[in-house]
Structure formats: structure tokens, C-alpha cells
Design a binder for this molecule. Structure first.
Ligand code: SAH
Length: 220
């Protein structure tokens, strides 16, 4: 039943917007209903963002597909994601590249996501619990970086963790409305930035993001 729902999600919401067959196939395969609360599973294959607790959301399938396509992920790549959330986006990336490193600031979400990766037998995702805006897997550089929460400034530290030729995708704007940007590191000290669409994400909270004044509200 879920398989049929997944195939129809891809046909109805994704196929006319996203060309890369590998992404469509990954989204046909991955059971999105296992990334949300059992009470919401009947809505898992609609094109909606859904609450995952702690004021956070799993992104809309079309947004996941679009961001993944913009990232131009290749099989040999190492990809960093900031904002693990449910783990769904990380699992899609893991189907398309060599290693995924994903950082989540809220411990309970990170733990749940880690459990899902184990249960689904996904071996190539590495998780961390931290503010990912700075020092995310600090010893590593990445071919691709995806930020899945809305920031309010350039992700300066993360831009330095991109290899030359690498791509970073990030939503940046106010808390109500953001623009999705693509950055390409064209040389050691040069990045090219292009706006690629409008979007709405929960806040990126951290040293190079929104300040943490609502921490009590979010965490408790
Ligand atoms: N990619 C997720 C959806 C992300 S929602 C999915 O597929 O389900 C955004 C997530 O970013 C939230 O879980 C939020 O807690 C997290 N987040 C916000 N600021 C962060 C930061 N500075 N570092 C790491 N995670 C952060």
C-alpha cells in the first residue's frame, strides 16, 4: 500500500519538476512514512511538510527533490547536511553519494534519526549533535553542503568547508520567507552566489544563524 502511495507521490508531485531519474527513484524507494509519527503516516505521501516535534518539520517532498537536484550530487561525493530533522533528506542523499555527514542541534531528533538509519540498514550516514553552523565535522571538507534550515546571513564557516568546485545550497532570509541560494566555490577565495527560488524553512539557530533566545521554547 505504501509502495503504491510512493509511486503516485512521484508521479503527481515530482516528475514534472525534477529531471534526475536517480532522485525520483530514490524517492520511490525510501519509505517516508517511517520518518514521521505513526499518527501522521497517512499523510506521508502528500506533498506537505509535516511536524516532527520540537517545533520542527520534515520538508515537503518536492522541496527535498528540488534541493537534491540543485546540489548535483555524484556517486563519489561526500555531502554535509545541516539540520538532520527526521533524517529523510539525509537518507535520500545517502542513496546518491558515497558518504553523508549530518548535524542536528536537537538531541532527541538526532537520536530518532540515527535509529531510523540503523533500522533501514543505511550504512553511509554519519550523525552529530551540535550547532552545525560552525565546526561541523571540522576536520573534513565536502563536495556538497546542504543547509535545511533558514539562516539570516552568509554561511561563512560552511562555505570554507567546501572544496573548490563544490556547491552549497542554503535558504537565507527572514523567519517568514527565505530565498534558496546556490553557492559555488570557484576558487580558494571566491564564491559565486545565485538565487534559485523562494522557500520557507524553520530557523537555523546557532552561532552563524539566528540567536538562541527561544531555546527554552524549542527544546522543552
Ligand atoms: N532535513 C530535515 C528537515 C529539517 S528541519 C528532514 O529531512 O527531515 C530543520 C532542522 O534543522 C531542525 O531539526 C532543526 O532543529 C535543525 N537545526 C536548526 N538550526 C541548526 C543548527 N545550527 N545546527 C544543526 N541543526 C539545526
Amino acid at each position: 500500500m505504501h509502495i503504491t502511495a510512493r509511486l503516485s507521490m512521484v508521479e503527481r508531485y515530482l516528475r514534472s519538476h525534477v529531471r534526475d531519474p536517480r532522485i525520483l527513484e530514490a524517492m520511490e524507494q525510501l519509505p517516508r512514512h517511517l520518518f514521521v509519527d505513526p499518527a501522521l503516516q497517512s499523510r506521508a505521501y502528500h506533498n506537505d511538510a509535516l511536524p516532527i516535534g520540537f517545533g520542527q518539520t520534515i520538508s515537503q517532498p518536492l522541496m527535498v527533490a528540488r534541493m537534491t537536484e540543485q546540489l548535483q550530487v555524484e556517486q563519489h561525493h561526500c555531502v554535509l547536511e545541516i539540520g538532520t530533522g527526521s533524517g529523510y533528506q539525509a537518507a535520500i542523499l545517502a542513496a546518491l553519494c558515497r558518504e553523508v555527514f549530518t548535524v542536528e542541534r536537537l538531541e532527541p531528533l538526532a537520536m530518532e534519526a540515527r535509529e531510523r538509519f540503523e533500522q533501514l540498514g543505511i550504512p553511509n550516514i554519519h550523525t552529530a549533535i551540535a550547532d552545525g553552523t560552525v565546526n561541523a565535522f571540522a576536520e573534513l571538507t565536502f563536495d556538497r553542503i546542504l543547509i535545511t534550515a533558514g539562516g539570516n546571513r552568509h554561511p561563512s564557516s560552511l562555505l570554507r568547508q567546501l572544496i573548490v568546485g563544490g556547491i552549497l545550497i542554503a535558504p537565507i532570509g527572514t523567519d517568514k520567507h527565505q530565498t534558496l541560494y546556490r553557492y559555488i566555490r570557484t576558487a580558494a577565495n571566491h564564491w559565486q552566489r545565485t538565487p534559485i527560488g523562494d522557500c520557507h524553512f524553520v530557523k537555523l539557530i546557532g552561532e552563524e544563524g539566528w540567536q538562541d533566545q527561544e531555546k527554552e521554547e524549542v527544546v522543552l
